[in-house]
Ligand binder design. Structure first.
Ligand SMILES: Nc1ncnc2c1ncn2[C@@H]1O[C@H](COP(=O)(O)OP(=O)(O)OP(=O)(O)O)[C@@H](O)[C@H]1O
Length: 217
C-alpha cells in the first residue's frame, strides 16, 4: 500500500547536510498496525513525514498504491492526504475558539456530517463534553478529540506521531487502544519511543540513527 524504496531525507543544518533518514526500505500493508520504535532524534518523525507525503525524499522514492508521491505536485499530495490520510501529532493541536465537536469537523471535507463526528466523540467517551472549548478539557480528552478528528474521514491510513507524548501512561494506553479499535479497516502507523504503546501492533520496526533495523515483532 505504502512503500519506501531507498528513501532518504536530508536536512540542511546551516549549510551542513544532516541525514534524518537513510536507505529506508519499508512497506505499510493495508489494514496493519505498524509501530515504529526508536530513541529521540533517531528519525521517527522524519520517516512518518516521508511515508505520509508531508515531505518528499531527497533520494529514493515513496509510493502509495503504486503511485510515486515524489512525482506529484504538492497540491495533488495535499488532496491525497486530505482524502486518504488522518494525522495525530504529539501535542493535541486544537483551535481554542471552537468546541470539541467543531474541532473534529473543521479539518475534514464537507461531505462528513456532524452526526458522524458526534458518534465518534461518543465512542471516545466525550459525547457529553462535545460542546466544550479545548481549555475546558483535560490533556487526554484533548488528544481524544484529535483522534476523533483524524478518524472522521474514515482514512485509509492514520499516521500517529508520538500521540501519547503529552499524556500519562494510563491515558496514553487508552488513546492508542481507541485509535486501534476505531480505525476500522484502515492502517495505523504509529511512531513512539515507548514499546509499551505498541503492544497491539501487528509489526514493529526499529529505527536507529535514521536507519531501519530488522523487524522485532
Ligand atoms: N528542520 C531540521 N533541520 C535540521 N535537522 C533536523 C530538522 N528536523 C530534524 N532534524 C534532525 O533530524 C534528526 C531526526 O529528527 P526527527 O525529529 O525525525 O527524530 P525523532 O526520532 O522523531 O525525534 P524525537 O523522538 O525527539 O521527536 C535529528 O538529528 C534532528 O536533529
Amino acid at each position: 500500500m505504502i512503500e519506501a524504496r531507498g528513501a532518504a531525507l536530508e536536512y540542511s543544518d546551516h549549510g551542513r547536510p544532516v541525514f534524518a533518514c537513510q536507505d529506508v526500505d519499508l512497506r505499510v500493508e493495508s489494514g496493519e498496525f505498524l509501530g515504529i520504535l526508536g530513541p529521540s532524534g533517531s528519525g521517527k518523525s522524519s520517516l512518518l513525514y516521508l511515508l505520509s507525503g508531508l515531505k518528499i525524499p531527497t533520494t529514493g522514492e515513496v509510493s502509495y498504491n503504486g503511485e510515486n508521491l515524489t512525482g506529484m505536485h504538492e497540491e495533488e499530495r495535499s488532496r491525497l492526504r486530505l482524502r486518504d490520510f488522518g494525522f495525530v501529532f504529539q501535542q493535541p493541536y486544537l483551535l481554542g475558539y471552537l468546541t470539541a465537536l467543531e474541532n473534529v469537523l473543521v479539518a475534514t471535507p464537507a461531505v462528513t456530517r456532524p452526526d458522524d463526528a458526534l458518534a465518534l466523540l461518543e465512542d471516545l467517551n466525550l459525547g457529553p463534553k462535545s460542546h466544550r472549548l479545548p481549555h475546558e478539557l483535560s490533556g487526554g480528552e484533548r488528544q481524544r478529540v484529535c483522534v476523533a478528528r483524524s478518524l472522521l474521514g474514515r482514512p485509509k491510513v492514520v499516521f500517529a506521531d508520538e500521540p501519547t507524548a503529552s499524556l500519562d501512561h494510563k491515558n496514553g494506553v487508552a488513546v492508542v487502544q481507541l485509535l486501534n479499535r476505531l480505525r476500522g479497516s484502515g492502517s495505523l502507523v504509529m511512531v513512539t519511543h515507548d514499546p509499551s504503546m505498541l503492544e497491539e501492533a501487528d509489526r514493529v520496526v526499529r529505527i536507529v540513527e535514521g536507519r531501519i533495523e530488522p523487524s522485532i515483532a
